[in-house]
Design a protein around this ligand. Structure first.
Ligand code: MLT
Length: 253
């Protein structure tokens, strides 16, 4: 039986072996949520980038450039990291160069550690993600992006939701997976009330965020898409392009 592990922040990565495993990068508020919305809108591909300076360069290569730091859009970019921004139909068919405080960093760290597959998980694509994970016949790592290498509530909560949905099909050996699952079991009927108490929700309030990104990112199963890393880019496996061919299915470019 394959294992499912939870890594609460990328700072803990050196203590784990993820090479060859299927890694789900979780950044509920908001990178993984925004990425799922982007692919639902029809974005062609997303290039995760480390810094705003590097990201800005891609403007010259016909990319939409998106950057968030400290929960705010970086000046001079086309987009920030609110999922509402990624509903815009003008993004259909576009390529986005994207850098965020935590989410894109976690993706690149997983890639550097030679994960077997890297996918993006959020409440928005939870069922689609879980159905795909069950077909992978591989060890699963749920990598929480956290906040600047610290634990955050919402990413751990989603890791627990995944374990609630598919954990019976895996061997669970680490306490972080148990803790994440217990957290979800205790709050599955009031996830909004819980997450609104989180440090990141409070950060949004302090910054007078004009949109209710927390409620948006806690919607469930509104996106039948699975962002997956192919070489340097995230592309999407979607319900339109079913999981044909290899276990990872055919990605829609
Ligand atoms: C991110 O998505 O990397 C961050 O968690 C922050 C944000 O988008 O507010």
């Amino acid at each position: 039986m394959h294992t499912i592990e939870v890594i609460f922040t990328p700072a803990l990565l050196p203590h784990y072996v993820i090479q060859g495993k299927t890694v789900v990068v979780i950044d509920i508020l908001r990178a993984s949520s925004s990425m799922c919305v982007a692919f639902k809108t029809g974005v062609k591909k997303i290039l995760p980038v480390s810094t705003p300076e590097e990201c800005r360069m891609f403007k010259d290569f016909d990319f939409i450039i998106a950057a968030e730091r400290n929960a705010q859009m970086v000046d001079g970019f086309d987009l920030g990291n609110s999922p509402f921004e990624y509903e815009n139909p003008v993004l259909e068919g576009k390529s986005i160069a994207f850098t965020t405080t935590n989410g894109t960093k976690a993706i690149k760290q997983a890639k550097a550690m030679q994960a077997g597959a890297i996918v993006i998980g959020s409440f928005l694509n939870q069922n689609y993600l879980c159905n795909w994970l069950l077909k992978q016949n591989n060890d699963i790592v749920l990598l929480c992006a956290g906040w600047k290498d610290k634990y955050n509530l919402e990413d751990a909560l989603f890791a627990g939701a995944v374990i609630e949905e598919i954990g019976a099909s895996f061997k669970i050996e680490d306490d972080s997976a148990l803790a994440a699952h217990f957290l979800f079991q205790q709050h599955k009927n009031n996830i909004h009330d819980l997450v609104k108490q989180s440090s990141h929700a409070k950060r949004f309030t302090f910054l007078h965020l004009q949109t209710d990104d927390v409620s948006y990112c806690l919607q469930q199963n509104t996106c039948s898409v699975l962002p997956i890393m192919e070489d340097e880019y995230l592309v999407a496996i979607t319900a339109i392009a079913p999981l044909l061919g290899s276990a990872t299915g055919s990605a829609v470019h």
